[in-house]
Ligand binder design. Structure first.
Ligand code: PRT
Ligand code: MG
Length: 216
């Protein structure tokens, strides 16, 4: 059993929403993870440290056991595939939806040919349209998906939508919601077995945010 439990997080939305949950369980980082350049951060619990990663790398670190636990969006987990990961808890944070969007009339215009789909969520898009029996062509992008339909790079995008402000600001509309998305706690399968008591205690800390973990 390792000395410390390691929890993988990402800067931005996930960290913002996760820190209050940890604080409610009496766990605070030793430095501010949002502003610090430190990538490994201690906490008020000597047996728990944080890794600050790129959001899409969280499942990889946990799957390989470089982190025991992690917090990642369901979108990221679906793209990763989830091998070697348990997903014991929907944290109900960083909520949004995976949607198909484009310029008005885009679906009708592409009716008789494969739909060209720009997205960073290739697995989710392929799975969705395969279930519909709709032929597609993927244009893989890494950001600013909203641009693609406007400049004619794609008919539609598959992207995350929260307020819808980004779509509206670019004259795009939502055609369909593929699924609701929220952040999940994920656990390395081996860590779940080998370090069961401490892992379960940490899962419980996330479940019951107002209970101080480790208190007598
Ligand atoms: O930013 P980076 O490329 O490093 O990684 P990331 O984009 O994966 O990380 P981050 O921190 O932006 O997102 C982490 C997780 O937050 C995602 O994996 C989602 O599960 C979740 N989440 C919740 C969101 C949003 N809401 C969201 N709105 N992720 C991205 N967005 C984007 C959206 O695509 C749009 O472009 O934010 C933009 C604003 O959204 P609107 O609809 O409110 O305008
Ligand atoms: Mg982002």
């Amino acid at each position: 059993m390792s000395e410390q439990l390691t929890l993988a997080l990402s800067k931005g939305r996930i960290l913002e929403a996760t820190l209050p949950r940890l604080a409610a369980a009496g766990i605070t980082p030793t430095v501010d993870p949002e502003s610090s350049r430190q990538l490994i951060i201690g906490t008020s619990r000597p047996d728990l440290r944080l890794l600050v990663l790129r959001a899409t790398d969280v499942p990889t670190f946990v799957a390989y056991g470089a982190a025991d636990l992690g917090v990642a969006g369901k979108d990221v987990l679906l793209e990763h595939g989830g091998r070697d990961l348990y997903e014991p808890l929907d944290l109900g944070i960083a909520g949004c939806r995976m949607a198909i969007a484009g310029c008005p009339g885009a679906l009708a215009a592409a009716q008789h040919r494969p739909l060209r789909v720009a997205t960073k969520f290739e697995a989710i898009a392929r799975d969705h349209f395969a279930r519909r029996g709709r032929q597609i062509e993927i244009v893989k992008l890494y950001g600013s998906m909203e641009l693609a339909p406007i400049v004619g790079l794609a008919d539609v995008i598959v992207d995350l939508v929260d307020t819808g402000n980004t779509l509206a600001a670019n004259g795009l509309e939502t055609f369909e919601t593929i699924q609701s998305i929220s952040a999940r706690l994920v656990v390395n399968k081996a860590a779940q077995k080998l370090d069961n008591a401490r892992v379960r205690e940490l899962i419980a800390a996330f479940e019951a945010p107002d209970q101080t973990v480790g208190a007598p």
